[in-house]
Design a protein around this ligand. Structure first.
Ligand SMILES: *Cc1c(COP(=O)(O)O)cnc(C)c1O
Length: 393
């Protein structure tokens, strides 16, 4: 018999009753160190007092009005994101896929409005993940996501990640944009090779294309800068972001330059819930924390420490760990055993991590993590490696 919750997830038989800072607790009081943050969502830890206060204050005042009216909390959030990024304007949605969808519609509309309706195709990359709507699975085109869902949305051309020559060869008279994750997340925490994003920027400029970054997973400090593109010397024209934006309250955003958003006039796009007062109040509070002086340097310092500890662990457990990669607090550990075995062993000792493609264990601590938490996680990693190493013989 089908379960009441549609069985679309392979769920772990574990439920949490409470979250506090870097820890999760079960109803019977077992404590877990949360180095998964959902999947890169609760970046400020669980129940951050500043976010709880903002949510409660707004909840007692006003939850929702439609986008038929001005929403001061939304205007303030948009102005702050514009001030802190490449963008001139922001559309608010409720999820990452919706933010990407907005960007995909925007790049088509841009070319249509600027006299090139024939330009609608978007170049994407093998192993990319952009969400689970029809357009976003068509963009990512991963076999496990598209099987059974044909026909896909037309207009995506996929090339290998990191291959500028392949991108150059794929550009045609119908190409509208290039869509890329600065660090591939779901498919195994793979940073773009050095210079790749800058190369895409040049190709986009030479060919009149829009450059579209998917920073749904990398945004809001996860990699040590507010957005991952900042370290790359290449800004996009359009950018989708979500996950950490409101610390766990559902929200997505599509940021764009004035030029790219030329077609996004009244009536061109919309959302019932997107950018409502409650979501924006929480997102503004999350942004208060992330933009506090010293916060992002803290993420970089903790990221450097985590990397150093993981690399040392990898050197002394080379039978279990193949590679450590990532940036900031977005780290991936590629294991030689099935990654699920490592994740299960870590969880048995009280550490939560998340799987990714390419046999990777994602190690995504909350950005508020301190050295003792990383030390605690590394103790658990050492135990798990010893057990899995012994099993490997
Ligand atoms: C998670 C993710 C998405 C989809 O976000 P949802 O909120 O699940 O729709 C899109 N792109 C990237 C890079 C992601 O990591």
């Amino acid at each position: 018999m089908i379960t009441a919750t549609m069985p679309t997830y392979a769920r772990i038989d574990l439920a949490f009753a409470k979250g506090e800072s870097v820890y999760l607790f079960t109803a019977d009081g077992r404590r877990y160190l949360d180095f998964g943050c959902g999947i890169a969502v609760t970046g400020l830890g669980h129940c951050h007092p500043h976010l709880v206060h903002a949510l409660q204050e707004q909840a007692g005042r006003l939850w929702h009005v439609s986008n038929l009216y001005r929403i001061p909390e939304q205007e303030r959030l948009a102005e702050r994101l514009v001030a802190a990024s490449f963008a001139d304007t922001v559309f608010f949605a409720n999820s990452g896929a919706e933010a990407v969808e907005c960007g995909l519609k925007m790049v088509r509309k841009y070319h249509d409005d600027t006299g090139h309706p024939e330009r609608y195709r978007v170049i994407t990359f093998a192993s990319a993940f952009h969400g689970r709507t029809l357009a976003t699975i068509s963009a990512g085109r991963q076999p496990k996501h598209i099987a059974g869902f044909a026909p896909l949305v037309e207009g995506f051309d996929q090339v290998p990640f990191g291959d500028l020559d392949a991108v150059r060869a794929a550009i045609g008279r119908e190409t509208a944009a290039i869509l890329v994750e600065p660090i591939i997340g779901e498919s195994g925490v793979r940073p773009a090779p050095a210079g790749f994003l800058r190369g895409l920027r040049e190709l986009a400029d030479q060919n009149g294309l829009l450059l579209f970054f998917d920073e749904v997973q990398t945004g809001f400090g996860r990699t040590g800068t507010l957005f991952a593109y900042e370290g790359e010397g290449a800004a996009p024209d359009v950018m989708a972001t979500a996950k950490q934006i409101a610390g766990g309250f559902p929200m997505g955003a599509c940021l764009a330059t004035e030029k790219a958003a030329v077609g996004m006039v009244a009536g061109a796009h919309g959302s019932t819930f997107g950018g409502n007062p409650l979501a924006c109040a929480v997102a503004n509070a999350a942004l208060d924390v992330v933009l506090e002086p010293g916060f992002l340097p803290h993420v970089r310092a903790m990221g450097a420490y985590l990397r150093e500890r993981l690399e040392a662990l990898s050197r002394s457990n080379s039978r279990v760990i193949e590679e450590v990669r990532g940036r900031g607090l977005m780290m991936g550990v590629k294991t030689r055993c099935p990654n699920a075995e490592m994740i299960d062993a870590l969880r048995a000792h009280g550490l939560i991590t998340v799987s990714a493609g390419d046999n990777v264990v994602r190690v995504y601590p909350p950005l508020i993590v301190e050295r003792p938490h990383i030390d605690e996680a590394m103790e658990i990693f050492m135990k798990a490696c010893a057990e899995l190493g012994a099993r490997a013989g």
